[in-house]
Design a protein around this ligand. Structure first.
Ligand code: ZN
Length: 343
């Protein structure tokens, strides 16, 4: 039987509908030509195929082989740092001239097509590099909102198979993000603690949606998961952003994510996905001033793995509400069984 579930974090609803799982899906991606290590711009030795690097984990000359991660401007950027930082009114509309930062993080020199093949060191280096970029970009007071995301595979909207991540920094906070933050702030003011504290306490009491946890992080299938086999990883301590995690935390986070990815690959085989890393606004301005000083108390670092098993249809696009054919309790139970230690 299906259920409409309220999503405490997104202040939204999800329709959990297991029946939908049995629909035939005849759509297969067209044969997209795949870059091979020979032609791949992100492989080691091909540094000249990208714009000059902004940052790299390396001990040698920039733009040469010998790196562990590499950050370059996105060649097809959605926004750019050189654009004027001002909004313009067009009648009743308002627009920004595409100001912002759009960077590509090459996660590893290895042309790995599956994330369960990453080493612990590769997970650590990846998080470390994203933290470096966040800490650098937050010095630009014009940039308020940061989106870190990973597209993998055709349905994950990836155009390059080599493991990479994108960072988009904007002078505005998207409405959905702002709603989520105001919602978290209202909850915090009403209850005197963050909604994440209540949510994690309840999840730990029931345990049925928890996939794996360690001292600092917990991975679970959210109660109102919008996607089948969606997994969220939260910081157990009140740390709001990736930039608030130290090296030890990054190691622990990498271990939990590695466990989750191994279990997801065991369940779903080679699957397409997105990973999003939640970062609260970094600057206090007229839009964020209400809650900005309370972010450390009301917000938690979180990362979401969203398997892209089914495509979105008209209902999802029209209503903004997702239909998820796999109950999160079922997904969590299957993933627990697929953890390496339980296999
Ligand atoms: Zn490559």
């Amino acid at each position: 039987m299906s259920e409409i579930r309220y999503d405490l974090i997104h202040d939204d609803y999800t329709l959990i509908a297991p029946e939908r799982l049995h629909r035939p899906d005849c759509s297969k991606p067209h044969n997209v030509p795949m870059e091979t290590p020979k032609t791949c711009p992100f492989c080691e030795g091909h540094e000249a195929m990208t714009p000059p690097e902004i940052f790299a984990l390396r001990q040698n000359e920039p733009n040469t082989p010998g790196w562990k991660t590499r950050v370059v401007p996105n060649l097809y950027k959605a926004v750019q740092i050189e654009a004027p930082w001002r909004s313009e009114e067009v009648g009743i509309f308002e627009k920004w001239e595409g100001f912002g930062a759009h960077e590509v993080i090459v996660d590893t020199p290895r042309h790995l097509l599956r994330m369960d093949a990453w080493s612990e060191e590769e997970f650590f280096n990846w998080f470390y590099t994203m933290r470096v970029r966040l800490n650098d970009l937050k010095n630009d007071l014009r940039l308020v909102y940061f989106s870190l995301f990973k597209n993998h595979g055709h349905y994950g909207a990836a155009t390059q198979p080599h493991p990479h991540t994108q960072l988009i920094a904007l002078p505005v906070v998207p409405k959905r993000e702002l709603q989520m933050l105001h919602h978290a702030y209202d909850f915090y003011r009403m209850h005197g603690h963050s909604l994440f504290e209540s949510l994690l306490a309840q999840e730990r009491r029931s345990g049925e949606r928890i996939v794996v946890e360690n001292d600092t992080f917990i991975a679970l299938c959210p109660y109102a998961s919008a996607f089948a086999f969606e997994v969220a990883i939260f910081s157990k301590e009140p740390r709001p952003a990736l930039s608030d995690l130290d090296d030890m935390h990054l190691m622990e986070l990498g271990k939990v994510l590695r466990n989750v990815m191994e279990a997801l690959y065991d369940q779903l085989d080679d699957f397409d996905f997105n990973i999003t890393i939640n970062t609260p606004p970094m600057q206090k301005n007229s839009v964020t001033e209400d809650f900005f000083d309370d972010i450390p108390k009301m917000w938690r670092f979180g990362l979401r793995i969203i398997p892209r098993l089914f495509r979105l249809g008209g209902f999802e696009l029209g209503s903004g509400m997702k239909i998820n054919p796999v109950a999160p309790e079922e997904a969590a139970s299957l993933l627990r069984g697929s953890l390496k230690e339980n296999r």
